[in-house]
Design a protein around this ligand. Sequence first.
Ligand code: BYC
Length: 333
Amino acid sequence: MEIMYTTELSKPGATVQPIAPQEDPELLAAFEARVAADEFIEPKDWMPEAYRKTLTRQISQHAHSEIVGMLPEGNWITRAPSLRRKAILLAKVQDEAGHGLYLYCAAETLGTSREEMIEALHSGKAKYSTIFNYPTLTWADIAAIGWLVDGAAIMNQVPLQRTSYGPYARAMVRVCKEESFHQRQGYEAMTELANGTPEQKRMAQDAFNRWWWPSLMMFGPPDENSPNTAQSLRWRIKRETNDELRQKFVDITVPQAEFLGLTVPDPELKWNEAKGGYDFGEIDWEEFYAVVRSEGPVARERITARREAWTQNAWVREAAAAHEAKRRSRAAA
Ligand code: BYC
């Protein structure tokens, strides 16, 4: 079997499977050369089936995460503590719907229909980020989500602005700008709580304790147990590994927590001068895999809410389709 050249330095511990042996070697070589030259691959360009498949998987899971991510925050719109907070939260939740929309559109350009993707989400076949299977118990959780979850999302998505598939990369540009506003508003809300009454400070610390570890899990399994990373780096779908991004997130977030006067819930957290970053405790990977298997605290509730939204709002889709059909028949007349 012919071994294709790589477009990335191999990472220690990563196993690269020889890919796509059934593909035309000349087309594959030309494709890999384009990727290596940092050209964007566009929808009508030739691409290996495995590239199409892994992108469809990642982009559609990313889209599902955006729309499932609307649920825990949407639950707090009526309970936001002031008109200003309500306006911000409404805007944020609407932004997440927009992100889902750009991402479903980007995934559709790879040949899978929106209906198929939604069906995969509702049947439990498709994954979405583990982070959204945790409950939002107090208002401080909304602040913590903005600060930590959107903070982790930016860390993960900024490199995706240079992912090799054009429609995905372009969607990420706007998404990252909006995520940056989301992170800022979360940190600002957290600052207010952390500097508020003793009860508000206690709420802030409690939310931080519950969201810290799940936020680190968002980056995915450790590199040595990440089956997709090696191939995705090689095709420049991913630009950095799960562990690299997780480390950057810890290094940026710990000083932010210190500024707030909050304690990172990790007794093993320690600055490592030699590596120029923090060492941190072992993530509970058993918990991560259980949540990936939809055993998270509110997984059932989330999918039920999505399914109900789909069926109860079918009339909106039907009305939009009928309106479009009328518009077309008028235009044709
Ligand atoms: N949760 O080989 P790996 C947001 C799965 S939206 C669930 O490392 P990959 C926001 C993974 O899919 C945040 N599953 O995979 C929204 C794979 O299973 P399959 C979403 C996870 O793809 C609203 C298996 O584990 N962000 O922030 O190379 C409001 C092995 O993993 C998770 C994105 O989707 C997880 N955390 O790397 C606020 C970003 N981690 O598919 C905020 C785009 C791993 O082979 N996605 N798995 O059956 C990515 O960057 C990559 O897909 C990941 C995983 C880093 C997540």
